[in-house]
Design a protein around this ligand. Sequence first.
Ligand code: AMP
Ligand code: FES
Ligand code: ZN
Ligand code: ZN
Length: 312
Amino acid sequence: MKCRKCGEKASVHMRQHKLALCKEHYLEWVPEQTERFIKKYQMFTPAEKILVAVSGGKDSLGLWDILIRLGYQADGLYLGLGIDGGINYSHESQSLTEKFAAQHDLKLHIVDIEKEYGQPIPVLAEISHRGHGKPCAVCGLTKRHEMNRIARDLGYAVLATGHNLDDEAAVLFGNTLNWSSEYLLRQGPALPLADGLARKVKPLCRFYEREMTAYCVARGIEYIYEECPFAEGSQSIYYKELLNQLETTRPGAKLTFYLRFLEARKSGELFIEKDIERAHLHPCEKCGQPTSAPGMCSFCRTMEKVSSVPAS
Ligand code: AMP
Ligand code: FES
Ligand code: ZN
Ligand code: ZN
């Protein structure tokens, strides 16, 4: 297989695009595509300050690298979750994130959940009795809340995460299986600014996970290979496996699934855009972020439960 641009030996072959590229041209293609998505979905402009949520994994470190190469003003945010799982997961991912920031002379904000809320994520999950014995629900809730709080407090115009196509297609698959229309209406590459919520964008939402791996390897970015130790056996991993089986026999199926959904929603074929949900939101009594629950938001309610139980 030869590179379409220069005819040299190709090192990355993207069956879904019928495109093969050598390392050098692949490293040009990825940022070019990202720039195209940023403009297409009106994510942000070079004048705006971006906060990139970096976990130390290939997607978010790759994203930070691409945004900097494209000349955007992007600072990082790392959330210390306090997850060990026998592999020193949080510690390792934090070191790799700090190393990347230092190598490129970038600004990185580090927020440690245990310092902020008294306990690491697994303990917060245990004492709040949320999530059926797994910390993932409390972890997801906390990450969303903290990313939003910090973006808002530090005055960033927009918050960027490293979600890739495999992530987005798996979420879409789950939401479609349940016909969760509220979630389907909210899923997309760019969520507009709402009262109390930062604008959220996913510039990598059209890249396959393997494309991000190839990018990081070609760029020599050191990232954490392990997934979160609690992710094993999760529903989202199961959906990703199913979609990968589909992709093997029908290259491009994942991308089509996601892109056709975006198109259908935009043209109003799928749902009549209703604003009921946003209309029902009001500021949480404690933190001020929007919530549909009466009184406090679910994050603050969880933390309230945690602080009323003495740590063992
Ligand atoms: P996940 O929910 O683990 O699939 O991660 C999705 C995205 O959330 C990543 O690409 C990051 O942008 C962000 N993220 C996940 N974990 C962290 C973390 N500990 N600190 C900062 N951002 C994170
Ligand atoms: Fe949060 Fe795994 S439980 S990253
Ligand atoms: Zn080439
Ligand atoms: Zn709250």
